[in-house]
Ligand binder design. Sequence first.
Ligand code: EPZ
Length: 421
Amino acid sequence: MDRIVIEGGHRLRGRVRINGAKNAALLIQCASLLTDQATTLRHVPILSDVATMSRLLERLGCAVEGDRTLAIDPAAVAQGSLEAPYDLVKTMRASITVMGPLLARYGRARVSLPGGCAIGARPIDQHLKGLEALGAKIQLVHGYVELRAKRLRGAGFVFDTVTVGGTQNVMMAACLAKGTSRLENVAREPEVQELATVLVKMGARIRGAGTSVIEIEGVDALHGLDHSILPDRIEAGTLAVAAAITRGDVLLEDAPVDHMHAQIAKLEEAGVQCRVEPDGLRVIGPEQLEAVDVATQPYPGFPTDMQAQIMVLAACARGQSLVTETIFENRFMHVPELARMGADIHVNGHSAIVRGPTKLSAATVMATDLRASASLVLAGLVAAGSTEILRVYHLDRGYEAIEKRLRKIGAQIKRYHGARA
Ligand code: EPZ
């Protein structure tokens, strides 16, 4: 298992380009199942999660080629199993979003239930209720969801809770339903909007993406597309925090500024300069950061996928910050690891009080999930000494070669393959 070693205390300077968004790429890979025509995706991030989704598409009968540019040919899916197996779904929950496309396109699907996750229970009840509203017959058999519907029919559905994946799964299914669907209390994330843009490019009729109500007029068939994935607002946010906490000056090329308002507002509140420039977002860290209270919310609120990273900023800031996690019930796994580096953080239920500024000191720490591992990399950038991060496979799920990109802007960071000698 790879590990990463970081020598802290170096200011970050220079420019780095933001990669395509993981959480957009994964869903667009699923959308390719809605047609039997070929799809080409560009600016695809090279991540283990994207590779897992490609493997799932291959299991379903697709031909998948490339990495930065992905060519997907779903022509043979009709003859396939229409099944998303446990061994893949358990490694990546996003696999369940093949459910809507398979059911809508082929009239049936068999998808493993994802099981538990490090950051929360993460049920899929809203996905199933939404597909049932469109006429799907659903059974849970031996750990699998079996779905059937000759042809889905348009319907109204109100989500009980705002869910990104649920919105995307049901929206994709509704594209091939007979009649019009009206989905309410939907997620408004940029990745939902991007998926709607892609579906419309494939021939779908969708209105309202980005608002809390989406209407979809079903069509009989969709066609393939050639599409370039939008930049990743969470990767950009993570690198922005890296610049901020190292008193750095970094230009994030192609940063999707319009999708980062909540993040930028909190960075500025902490004393960080965020300048929108023609090529991207320039982030300049102050000599002293100030405490900032943050509560995660569905978009356009502050993203839960930046909670762990902003907690490191709070540990470096002067004063007491309150960080509240409202989306997932168990997303403070990074706290005990940051405490090993000397951070002063007290968790009480869904909130954590972070006192600073704390001089973090290097230690060997363990990554527990994707964004928690990003926070450990950030802590390592400012800690005195050499921090060693174990289980970096978590990091590789959502950050492409992060050590190379940080080294490019001045970090002293190295990856070691395999266990310590
Ligand atoms: C997406 O997960 C992202 N993943 C997550 O990013 C992100 O944290 C999350 O949205 C919230 O922004 C991808 O896009 C692949 P949800 P998703 O359904 O769709 C509850 C990362 O780090 N819920 O919006 O699974 C659920 O338990 C990952 O890149 C139900 O109760 O999230 C949670 O508390 C981690 N029933 C809340 O809703 C349901 O049927 C939000 O979950 C579905 C969800």
